[in-house]
Design a protein around this ligand. Structure first.
Ligand code: GLP
Length: 256
């Protein structure tokens, strides 16, 4: 894992944005996995300001709530439209987000997996992290080999996401999420985490054992993972000096 620690979320986001811009520059038809939540909002703003050419890019979002229509202000469809898609020249048919209103959810999940394969797999998967270490909506005890499927949210995640819905009761109980196995097949995973609330989850993901009790720890099994953290999110890591030193040693052309 490459651990990049910056003093602010803005600085960490700039690195992530450059990394994504580099990919789109090198591979205009890149397949990019996208994430929701407050963490990537800054990144989407930076990407918009970079005026990249999204006309050949294909995207796959990690997850979506079940049972709320895509026009609902808190659906991840709406989030992505607001935060990114309506500001860039991506073709609507190149955007993929799980369909939380599908009549046959298991079939929709299987078809999502097929669409990812048909697109040639994901070049870069963007990830946030839950306060308990979940990635996508792969809650604690999710199988590390899981594929896109239905999940039931934990009370913790529903509490964490209540701020978007007004109150916890409004947060849907079920979601569709790419599985951990699906995420691990992306060629590069880029995880962003900011703030003290994420510090414990990050420490477990990077330096703890690989365990379904911290789903992000499965990223230790992946050969190409980059973490862009602010200092608060990195605060519980034990080897920060080493991570900083390794990053400082990198020649500029290899840095994002
Ligand atoms: C939700 C999303 C995750 C996201 C997490 C953290 O659970 N499904 O993809 O990483 O929230 O969100 P935030 O960035 O708002 O802390």
């Amino acid at each position: 894992m490459e651990i990049i620690i910056q003093s602010t979320p803005q600085a960490a986001t700039e690195i992530a944005a450059r990394l994504m811009a580099k990919l789109i520059g090198k591979k205009p038809g890149a397949v990019i996995g996208l994430a929701t939540g407050s963490t990537p909002e800054l990144l989407y703003r930076s990407l918009i300001n970079l005026h990249l050419d999204w006309s050949r890019v294909t995207t796959f979002n990690l997850d979506e709530y079940i049972g709320i229509p895509r026009e609902h202000p808190q659906s991840y469809h709406s989030f992505m439209q607001q935060q990114l898609f309506r500001h860039v020249n991506i073709r609507p048919e190149s955007v993929h987000i799980p369909d939380g209103m599908a009549a046959d959810i298991p079939a929709a999940c299987q078809s999502y997996e097929s669409q990812i394969s048909a697109a040639g797999g994901i070049d870069l998967q963007l990830l946030g992290i839950g306060t308990d270490g979940h990635i996508g909506f792969n809650e604690l005890t999710s199988s590390l080999a899981s594929r896109t499927r239905i999940k039931t949210l934990t009370p913790q995640t529903r509490r964490d996401n209540a701020r978007f819905f007004g109150n916890e009761d409004q947060v849907p109980q079920h979601v569709i999420t790419m599985g951990i196995g699906t995420i691990l097949e992306a060629r590069h995973c880029l995880l962003l985490a900011f703030g003290a609330k994420k510090a414990r989850a990050i420490a477990g993901a990077v330096e703890g054992p690989v365990t379904a009790m911290n789903p992000a720890s499965a990223l230790q099994l992946h050969p190409h993972v980059t973490l862009c953290l602010d200092e608060a999110a990195a605060a519980e890591l034990r080897m920060t000096e080493y991570y900083r030193w390794v990053y400082d040693q990198k020649p500029d052309w290899q840095k994002a």
